[in-house]
Design a protein around this ligand. Structure first.
Ligand SMILES: [Zn+2]
Length: 43
């Protein structure tokens, strides 16, 4: 499963909902960085 990590604080999104399906105004719950600040992580 693809994960996304916040480039600002390192918080990893690992929710059930695909990251692509999150609303455009989604922000990091830790640092409030915008969705555009997240980077795809391949494991
Ligand atoms: Zn963050």
């Amino acid at each position: 499963m693809t994960k996304y990590v916040c480039s600002v604080c390192g918080w990893v999104y690992d929710g059930e909902e695909p990251f692509e399906d999150l609303p455009d105004d989604y922000t990091c719950p830790m640092c409030s960085a915008p969705k555009s600040a997240f980077n795809e992580v391949c494991e």
